[in-house]
Design a protein. Structure first.
Length: 284
């Protein structure tokens, strides 16, 4: 692990406290969802247990072995998820910690149905950041450079107040990031909320959803109305048929992106001080 130095502490501003509470709320919701999904797996295990008994009565040994193994696996998963979601309590630090060190990056890849997906995590020393929304690639140029980060640490404890041992780096909500070389602020949550309001990240998410949602709907309409009938009428091969299906998706996303781009340009003409990029807005 890299080295960091704690250079001070300070109180949270009202905006920073609001942001920390929002992030902590989402983390707590994640714990509840984990417990609920675990309970669903547990119910599936009970159903399989009944099936196992039925197969045992009929002396279907192979079926019994398969069902019993699956029941055991579901029970193990359910137990782990329920414990994960119900035996821990999230605790948020009361004060902001200022740390100084070099930004590090860790890449974690995992297999998905369409290939491999890589997630990137950024940290300074033992503190792994919970970044603001949609900044995974924004942080990549910061790797290897010195920064001063203002963070609020998150920790877990049991319901009787016993701290739980860390299995990885210390999680911390990033509130402010200052370049130690350029003397420039890269992230300032307090500034973002002061200038753009506390609903900024919700509006940012909805703006992108308004591009993706209608674009998907338009692509489905184009596929159902034109692409699929044409592919079927002309007896297109598999590859050509896939092109006929995916081309409308590309067209729809291009149209949605163009509309968004034109709206940004119009906004800039109306208000010359309008800050366009998410990266610029994060500086406050």
């Amino acid at each position: 692990m890299g080295k960091e130095s704690v250079v001070g502490e300070r109180a949270m501003t009202p905006n920073e406290r609001f942001h920390a509470r929002q992030v902590a709320l989402y983390k707590r919701m994640g714990l509840h969802v984990t417990a609920i999904v675990g309970a669903v797996f547990g119910l599936m295990g009970i159903a399989l247990l009944v099936l196992t008994v039925g197969l045992l009565i009929r002396f279907q040994i192979v079926g019994v072995l398969i069902a019993a193994a699956t029941t055991g696996l579901l029970g193990y998963i359910a137990r782990g998820m329920i414990r994960e979601g119900t035996k821990r309590r999230l605790k948020t630090a009361d004060r902001v910690t200022m740390i100084k060190g070099v930004m590090e990056q860790q890449a974690v890849s995992y297999a998905t149905y369409n290939g491999r997906t890589t997630l990137y995590f950024h940290s300074i020393g033992d503190f792994e950041f919970i970044r603001p929304l949609d900044t995974e690639y924004t942080f990549m140029p910061f790797v290897g450079k010195p920064f001063v980060a203002h963070v609020v640490e998150l920790s877990f404890e049991t319901f009787d107040g016993t701290p739980l041992a860390l299995k990885k780096k210390r999680e911390a909500i990033l509130l402010k990031l200052e370049s130690d070389e350029e003397n420039e602020i890269k992230v300032d949550i307090d500034g973002v909320y002061t200038r753009y309001g506390r609903s900024y990240f919700y509006r940012y998410f909805l703006a992108h959803a308004l591009i993706i949602g209608p674009s998907i709907l338009l692509s489905l309409v184009l596929m159902i109305r034109y692409s699929v009938p044409l592919a079927d009428a002309y007896g297109l091969g598999l590859f050509t048929g896939l092109l006929a299906i995916f081309v409308p998706i590309a067209i729809a996303f291009a149209i949605g992106s163009l509309v968004y781009f034109l709206c940004q340009k119009l906004r800039k003409l109306i208000d010359p001080d309008y800050v366009k990029t998410h990266e610029e807005r994060l500086k406050g």
